[in-house]
Design a protein around this ligand. Structure first.
Ligand code: FAD
Ligand code: NAP
Length: 375
C-alpha cells in the first residue's frame, strides 16, 4: 500500500517534469528538450515565432536522442544555425535544434596549405577572422557573413568574388533517417551559385556536424570584384588577408543594415539568371541594365538594380521595406510576422515580373507558404 503510494507520487513527479523537459536517461541527462520556446531572438529578421519543442545540440552524442524524439513525437525537425537565412512561421510545430557544436582542429598541413575542421556551430565570421589572424588565406572575402559554419555549405555562401566551394575540402553530416554519419567531398556537395545538394536532393535530410576547409599559407588573394578592388586600392593598405577582410567589413558596414539594429536576412531575392535572348531584350529596353555573363548563353541580373529601377529602394509598405542603401535587402524594423513579410515580398516580385518579365526567387529558406501558394 505504502509502496504503491510512493510509486504513484514518483510517477506523477516524473510526468510533471516531462511536461517541462524531455529527459533522456542514462548518460544523456544533459539532453533537454524545452517546450514553447521563443525564436524571435534567434532569427535575424526578428519575426515573432515559437518552437513547439527546442533543444541545443552541444554534442554529437545526442543526435541519437534527437532521432528518437522525432520518432516518438512524429514531428518535423528544423536545424537552426544563426537564423540569418530563414523566414519562420508564428509556430513551428516540431523540434527546433539549435546547432551548438563547437571546436576546430588542424587535420593536415603542407608547405603550401592547411586543412582545418570546424564544428558546425562555430560562428562563420569568427572562423574567418581566426584564419586571417593565423595568416591562412582563402576566405577573407567572406568576412562578416552572419551565421554558422555548418550552414555555409547549404547555399554555398559567397561574396566579393569568392564562394565557400573555392576552399571547401569536405563536410560530415548525420543522416536524419538512419543516424549514419557520412563524409561528402566538394563534388558530392554539388555546389553551384548559392546552391548545393542540401537545397535539393538532401534538403532536410542531414545535420551537418563538421566542415573542413583547405586554406593557403602563401599569399593567394581574390581581388577582381570591382567594388572590393576599388575600395582596397583607395585604402592604400598593404596586401594581406587581414587588410582584405577589413576592407570587406567596411564596405559591408557602409551599405548593409546590421540585423541587431534593423532586422533583415541579407539579400531577400536571388540574382536571376536569364537566357541571352532575354538579356538582349532587356538591354535594348534598359541601356543601364546591370548584368554579368555567366557563360556564353546566360546572364546574371543584379536583382538590386531591378528593384531600385522599379522604385522599391527605401519604399515602406505596411512597415516593411527594401533597404534604402541596398534594395535587395528586405528590412523588418517593426518585427512583423513571416506572413506579412511574404505578402510584401510577393508584391515586390509581382511588380518586377510586370516591369521586366523576370521572375525573382526568394533566397532565405521559407518555413511557411507564400500567399500565392496558399491560394
Ligand atoms: P540559418 O538561417 O540558421 O539556416 C539556414 C538554412 O540552413 C536552414 O534551412 C537550416 O535548417 C539549414 N541549416 C543550418 N545549419 C545547418 C546544419 N548544421 N545542418 C543542416 N542544415 C542546416 N549569404 C551569402 O551567401 N553571402 C553573403 O554575403 C551574405 N550576407 C548576409 C548579410 C546579412 C546582413 C545577413 C542577415 C545574411 C547574409 N547572408 C549572406 C545570408 C546568411 O548569412 C547565410 O546564408 C548563412 O550561411 C546562414 O547561416 P545561418 O547559420 O544563419 O543559417
Ligand atoms: P554589389 O557590389 O552592389 O553588386 C551587385 C550585384 O552584382 C551582386 O549581387 C553581384 O553578384 C553582382 N556583381 C558585381 N560585380 C560583379 C562581377 N564582377 N562579376 C559578377 N557579378 C558581379 O553587391 P552588394 O549587394 O554590395 O554585395 C556585395 C557582395 O556581398 C556580393 O557578392 C553579394 O552576393 C554579397 N552579399 C550577399 C548577401 C546575401 O544575403 N546573399 C547579402 C549581402 C551581400 P554576386 O551576388 O553573385 O556576387
Amino acid at each position: 500500500m505504502v509502496i504503491n503510494t510512493i510509486l504513484r507520487e514518483q510517477y506523477s513527479l516524473l510526468k510533471m517534469l516531462q511536461q517541462r523537459y524531455w529527459h533522456v536517461y542514462g548518460n544523456n541527462m544533459d539532453f533537454n528538450v524545452r517546450e514553447n520556446v521563443d525564436l524571435q531572438p534567434l532569427n535575424t529578421l526578428a519575426v515573432p515565432a515559437m518552437a513547439k519543442w527546442f533543444v541545443e545540440l552541444e554534442s554529437e552524442k545526442h543526435i541519437g536522442n534527437v532521432l528518437s524524439f522525432l520518432e516518438q513525437k512524429k514531428c518535423e525537425l528544423l536545424v537552426l544555425g544563426g537564423g540569418s537565412n530563414i523566414v519562420l512561421p508564428e509556430c513551428f510545430p516540431g523540434l527546433v535544434l539549435k546547432n551548438a557544436l563547437m571546436g576546430k582542429s588542424v587535420i593536415d598541413e603542407t608547405k603550401n596549405d592547411i586543412v582545418i575542421e570546424f564544428s558546425a556551430g562555430e560562428n562563420w565570421h569568427d572562423a574567418v577572422m581566426w584564419c586571417v589572424e593565423q595568416d591562412y588565406h582563402g576566405i577573407e572575402n567572406l568576412a562578416l557573413i552572419p551565421g554558422t559554419v555548418g550552414a555555409a555549405p547549404i547555399q554555398n555562401i559567397g561574396a566579393y568574388g569568392v564562394e565557400l566551394a573555392s576552399c571547401f575540402e569536405y563536410l560530415e553530416a548525420v543522416n536524419l533517417i538512419n543516424g549514419v554519419k557520412i563524409r561528402l567531398n566538394k563534388n558530392q556537395c554539388e555546389f553551384a551559385y548559392r546552391d548545393s545538394i542540401f537545397k535539393n536532393r538532401l534538403k532536410d535530410k542531414m545535420i551537418i556536424t563538421t566542415v573542413a576547409l583547405r586554406l593557403y599559407k602563401k599569399p593567394m588573394f581574390t581581388l577582381d570584384y570591382p567594388a572590393l578592388s576599388e575600395a582596397f586600392t583607395a585604402s592604400k593598405l598593404s596586401l594581406t588577408a587581414q587588410n582584405i577582410a577589413q576592407t570587406v567589413m567596411s564596405i559591408r558596414r557602409s551599405k548593409l543594415p546590421d540585423p541587431a539594429d534593423i532586422p533583415n536576412a541579407g539579400s531577400f531575392f536571388k540574382n536571376p539568371v536569364i537566357d541571352k535572348a532575354d538579356y538582349e531584350r532587356l538591354h535594348e529596353q534598359f541601356s543601364d541594365l546591370v548584368a554579368y555573363p555567366v557563360d556564353g548563353q546566360q546572364y546574371k541580373l543584379a536583382a538590386g538594380w531591378l528593384l531600385d529601377k522599379a522604385g522599391w529602394k527605401g519604399k515602406i509598405v505596411n512597415a516593411i521595406s527594401m533597404h534604402n542603401k541596398q534594395a535587395l535587402v528586405l528590412t523588418n524594423p517593426q518585427k512583423c510576422n513571416g506572413e506579412r513579410l511574404l505578402a510584401f515580398a510577393e508584391q515586390v516580385s509581382d511588380s518586377i515580373r510586370v516591369m521586366f518579365d523576370v521572375r525573382l526567387d526568394i533566397e532565405p529558406r521559407l518555413y511557411l507558404s507564400t500567399p500565392s501558394e496558399r491560394d
